[in-house]
Design a protein around this ligand. Structure first.
Ligand code: URP
Ligand code: ZN
Ligand code: ZN
Length: 455
């Protein structure tokens, strides 16, 4: 395995910025120091004027997700290729068992789905019901498979009821693992969906109107109370609204162990995008839906206050033609989701750091350090420290581009950030010391491995 010496870069950590060189040996960060002298066997990379970051960790992606409209347009190979080209070196996807399938068998199948992954990966495992085996299966996932997080849904047909949520939380809490939750009141959403369809209100706008922010706030409130009663750590995915965020901040002030994730689309896009014809609005059908300017401003404020800990993309891409358009006459049939795994670092750098809404340190913390720490990778990834995996991004701050379907790597016939200008690019990317991306080009075959995580 090659030894690399990265010279003259500016290292950005979650809590400091330093000018130093980094030596990469046998896949690990071997030394961080000023003026490390070359021994002769290293490949030297001059990073003058560039930022050095820990590889990004996207805590929320859906690659190769089966739906009635077909699998997502990105599988593990294409999605992770886009991820690594954007500076993300680890992704956390999901295991969603079929009804009656064991969590462990579903996990084995999912590992197989991920075999051509360019990034390292692990999964949040989803109990989709509660039966006599669920407790043991959860414990085995933790102890044998290094699964430290379990995802539950309060909406969709895989949603759990409150009894089942409490059961899952009790076991997960007893293992000191974490429950992650999609928090929307699914039953009332079903009621509103049925009402709108009966009234002939079938356009994508009614997707948003059937999922008002109050139903996110209600579910967040309920799940926080259940987590408190069962003494379980809670991570709420894709927070979209100010009300939900305020409720989470109240729980944080009361010292509940709760963590929040938001996504680039809730920070940068708004509900007015649904007021367009189907071909323009269907790509924004995702859940929770896009919200108002007020919600966006609250989420940006939460990033700067550190009450949102992570940025996940919820990458879940579907083509407009042949997938989203199955719901042309009925929004309830449009597969939910959109993709941005490739742009997570660049969007947060451009619209967060450069617009002075967050600092460089907060950027690194949100996209790498906190996801690593919360999901059991904190002693291995998400930081630039001696002995850590050499997952390293050399970030060129001068690069600029306009996001478009015509230059994206992710596979989809549309892009929710079409036309957005981004500054900064992952010029060089290492994964465990393997040079994966050079001059913004992928130069390696897939090298991703399944990560057994540790609490
Ligand atoms: O619309 C979305 N977010 N689709 C993916 C599944 C989920 O709810 O996270
Ligand atoms: Zn969700
Ligand atoms: Zn999701």
């Amino acid at each position: 395995m090659c030894t690399f010496l990265i010279k003259n870069g500016t290292l950005i950590r979650h809590n400091e910025i330093l000018e130093a060189d980094i030596l990469i040996k046998e896949g690990k960060i071997a030394e961080i120091n000023k003026n490390i002298s070359a021994k002769g066997n290293e490949k030297i990379i001059d990073a003058t004027g560039k930022l050095i970051l820990p590889g990004g960790i996207d805590p929320h992606v859906h690659f190769d997700l089966p739906t009635p409209a077909g699998a997502t347009s990105d599988n593990f190979e294409t999605g992770s290729k886009a991820a690594i080209l954007g500076g993300t070196t680890t992704v956390l996807d999901f295991v969603t068992p079929q009804k009656k399938q064991s969590l462990l068998q579903a996990l084995e199948w999912r590992k197989n789905d991920a075999k051509n992954c360019y990034t390292d990966f692990s999964f949040h495992v989803s109990p989709v019901d509660w039966n006599e085996n669920t407790e043991n299966e959860i414990i085995k996932c933790v102890k044998d498979e290094g699964i430290t997080s379990f995802k539950i849904y309060m909406a969709y047909d895989i949603g759990l009821n409150d009894f089942q949520i409490a059961k899952v939380m009790q076991v997960v809490g007893s293992q000191n693992a974490m429950v992650t939750v999609h928090a929307e009141n699914g039953k009332v959403i079903d009621f509103l969906k049925e009402k709108f369809v009966k009234q002939g209100k079938t356009s994508p706008l009614y997707h948003a109107l059937s999922r008002p922010a109050v139903l996110e706030e209600e579910a967040v409130n309920r799940v926080l109370e259940i987590a408190k009663l069962t003494d379980c750590k809670l991570y709420i995915v894709h927070i979209s609204s100010a009300q939900a965020m305020l409720r989470i901040e109240k729980a944080m002030r009361e010292d509940q162990q709760v963590f929040a994730e938001t996504c680039p689309h809730y920070l940068l896009l708004e509900e007015t995008l649904y007021n367009q014809e189907f071909d323009k609005s269907a790509k924004y059908v995702l859940s929770p839906p896009l919200r108002t300017q007020n919600d966006r401003e609250k989420l940006w404020a939460a990033l700067s206050l550190n009450t949102v800990q992570t940025i996940g993309t919820d990458h879940c891409s579907f083509h407009l033609k042949g997938q989203k358009d199955v719901g042309k006459d009925d929004f309830t049939k449009i597969p939910n989701g959109a993709g941005s795994v490739e742009y997570r670092l660049a969007l947060l750098y451009t619209y967060g750091v450069l617009e002075k809404k967050i600092t460089l340190n907060q950027w690194v913390s949100l996209v790498a350090t906190q996801p690593a720490r919360l999901f059991g990778l904190g002693k291995q990834k998400g930081d630039l420290r001696i002995g850590y995996d050499a997952d390293i991004v050399i970030w060129n701050t001068e690069k600029e581009k306009t996001i478009s379907v015509n230059n994206q790597h992710q596979i989809c016939d549309s892009n929710i950030f079409e036309g957005f200008k981004i500054k900064g690019a992952a010029e060089t990317v290492f994964l465990r010391g393997n040079l994966m991306v050079e001059n913004e080009q992928l130069i390696s075959e897939p090298k991703g491995i399944f990560l057994k995580r540790k609490q």
